[in-house]
Design a protein around this ligand. Structure first.
Ligand code: TXA
Ligand code: MG
Length: 329
């Protein structure tokens, strides 16, 4: 998995991971969306290490994971009716709800906000881990800040293995992109991040929701909406920005939903599905991006997804991964 001798142990022993978390250690674990970098949410020192390990700016708050309503009720002041309905429909699962926090939640976790993001994951191993720990676990995605999210234990080991205490291996993540984040502290629910539960499914339960466009810097309503995020190191552009003549002399990688014909000769091709099924595409998205990023390419050209359902979440990740300014010219 990783030849680096300084890399942390990888285990499938849930009890060992639970003990490490209770001891204030930083443990990566699988969820159905992506791997999380977990720490006891009530332990400021452990949470501080999560920010440090990820090089994450302190203005970007963490999601707190729970296994039960008992913990939810200790973390938030109130569960308004739409939140109740969404929890009933989508928990455990890839939905994160932002609610008014109680004083129990350290300000470090929420970057000083009066709200806290809470999620009840559905991955059986994560559920059992949370049950055994019996504490709320703060966990951002287990990648260095701004980089591609990990969907396997090997992905975590590659980038953070030498900086953390333990990796709990739970296989590959089924959903494959992060949870949907919805703000429920205001009169009108507001979708802050497209993710594993589609906007269409949410609106079928609570009616129309607002969506917030990405903004830059500290004014971002959800800092994960920063324009550049989820990015490979290799420059990535959308096919509509690609000029076939300019690509002729470059090593080009292609990422697409279905098999496609390209007006240039690609060096590497990642076709996510044969039939266009968006669930399959989502499950394989970050791993495919990572393979392309490791293929020694000059540029990755991505074909946008249909702008509906999970396709919106994938387009959002693509848009944030684009950095036209860095393309080799
Ligand atoms: O699927 C997921 O959500 C994964 C797994 C591990 O659960 N976690 C994850 O965490 O993606 P992270 O830190 O990469 O993304 C958390 C997002 C960020 O966009 C952050 O700004 C937002 O949630 N967030 C957290 N607390 C918030 C709050 N109080 N108000 C608004 N946005 C918040
Ligand atoms: Mg993240």
């Amino acid at each position: 998995m990783n030849d680096d001798q300084t890399s942390c142990p990888v285990t499938t022993d849930i009890g060992r991971a639970a003990t490490a978390l209770r001891d204030g250690q930083v443990v990566a674990f699988a969820t159905e969306t992506v791997y999380g970098l977990g720490a006891n949410a009530l332990d400021r020192n452990a949470v501080a290490r999560v920010f440090e390990v990820k090089d994450r700016p302190h203005f970007d708050p963490l999601i707190v994971h729970v296994a039960s309503d008992e913990w939810l009720n200790q973390l938030v002041r109130d569960v308004p009716e739409p939140a109740r309905q969404l929890a009933h429909e989508f928990w455990p699962g890839p939905l994160t709800m932002v609610l008014e926090k109680t004083d129990l939640v350290p300000d470090l976790v929420t970057s000083g906000l009066s709200s806290v993001a809470v999620r009840m994951p559905s991955h059986p191993q994560a559920r059992e881990l949370l049950r055994q720990v019996d504490l709320p676990i703060a966990a951002p995605s287990a990648n260095p800040f701004g980089q591609l999210s990990p969907t396997s234990a090997a992905h975590v080991a590659e980038t953070l293995g030498s900086r953390i205490d333990l990796i709990l291996d739970g296989g590959s993540c089924d959903v494959g992109i992060e949870s949907t984040v919805i703000l429920l502290t205001e009169e009108q629910p507001c979708l802050l991040r497209h993710g594993g539960v589609t906007q269409e499914r949410i609106e079928a339960v609570i009616g129309p929701v607002q969506t917030r466009q990405s903004s830059s810097g500290e004014s971002a309503p959800s800092p994960g909406m920063l324009p550049q995020h989820y990015a490979p190191r290799t420059p990535l552009i959308l096919n509509i920005e690609a000029d076939a003549d300019r690509l002729a002399d470059l090593r080009v990688g292609v990422l697409s939903l279905r098999p496609i014909a390209t007006p240039f000769e690609p060096t590497a091709i990642e076709t996510l599905t044969t039939d266009g099924d968006l669930r399959t595409a989502t499950a394989g998205f970050f791993a495919a991006m990572r393979r392309l990023d490791q293929a020694g390419l000059d540029v990755i050209v991505a074909w946008p997804f249909p702008d509906e359902g999970l396709g919106r979440a994938l387009n959002d990740r693509l848009a944030r991964a684009c950095h036209v300014d860095r393309i080799a010219r």
